[in-house]
Design a protein around this ligand. Structure first.
Ligand code: KIV
Length: 291
């Protein structure tokens, strides 16, 4: 007879199988994964319970994304999210991860207005996210941000950059659309990506970039791991907004998302299916989820 957890108002449950021990994800481990061609699996998380389930499912990295402005707060964009809110959600996620294996690499998103003013402001904001428990911070854009990335990295702060569709500048970009389609845009993306690696960024989210261009940029960046979202399967890893992956949304589902709840017995099962699909190179499918 299987062991059961004590009775609850919801009935008894079979005891969960002990988790196989996992090594904590770190920058050297991400580099090792990259070198042996193992895809990096990233998911967004905003609270303790979902973060714990993601850790249990074998997700490598959790991004406390400012997408929380849209999926948790119901805003039309990420622009209104504050640093204080990002710190609060980062603390929640980190508590959840520590309740399970504590092996996940946690990235805190620097929200709009928390790093644009000066490099000193960026350090203060990044320090607040690291003090909330993040291991790395993410900021959006190329151009002037490259020197900010260098300034942060020189001060011991690991940085994930973000190119392509950068939601904090959605108004300037004219909407949520594919970036890098023209030759000039593609050239700019290649230049920015290389400069960000040279500045010390060790991860780079590529959002809604044509698959061929994202794969080419990935090949050019051996020390900066590209994480695609709507950018095809040629990147070093993948990220999805958790709500998109679970098939729940307030508006339209982006074309690059896939509902992993289809055929799953629950959230843990769906997250495990996402992890397997990315690791085995089955998600994303360039014919369906990319441009
Ligand atoms: O805020 C976020 O969730 C993000 C991902 C979409 C990459 O930046």
């Amino acid at each position: 007879m299987s062991e059961t957890t004590p009775g609850t108002p919801y009935g008894t449950l079979p005891a969960a199988a002990p988790l196989p021990p996992r090594k904590p994800v770190s920058l050297p481990r991400l580099q090792e994964m990259r070198e042996r061609g193992e895809k990096i699996v990233m998911l967004t998380a905003y609270d303790a319970t979902f973060a714990a389930v993601a850790d249990q499912a074998g997700v490598d990295c959790l991004l406390v994304g400012d997408s929380l402005g849209m999926v948790c707060q119901g805003r039309p964009s990420t622009v209104g999210v504050t640093l204080q809110e990002m710190c609060y959600h980062t603390e929640c996620v980190v508590r959840g991860v520590r309740r399970v294996q504590g092996t996940v690499w946690v990235i805190g998103d620097l929200p709009f207005g928390s790093y644009q003013e000066s490099r000193e402001q960026a350090v203060r904001s990044a320090a607040a996210l690291l003090q909330a428990g993040a291991h790395m911070v993410k900021l959006e854009g190329g151009g002037w941000t490259i020197e900010t990335v260098r300034f942060l990295v020189e001060r011991g702060i690991p940085v994930c950059a973000h190119l392509g569709l950068t939601p904090q500048t959605v108004h300037a970009l004219g909407g949520y659309r594919v970036q890098g389609r023209s030759d000039a845009q593609a050239q700019q993306l290649r230049r920015d990506a290389l400069a960000l690696q040279d500045a010390g960024a060790t991860m780079l989210v590529l959002e809604m970039v044509p698959a061929a261009l994202a794969a080419e940029i990935t090949q050019q960046l051996p020390r900066c791991h590209t994480i695609g979202i709507g950018s095809g399967n040629g990147t070093a890893g993948q990220v999805l907004v958790m709500h998109d992956m679970l098939g729940i949304h307030l508006g339209r589902t982006p074309r690059f998302a896939h509902n992993f709840m289809h055929g799953a017995s629950g959230v843990l099962d769906a997250m495990s299916a996402y992890v397997r699909a990315v690791k085995e190179g089955r998600f994303p499918d360039n014919a369906v989820h990319a441009w």
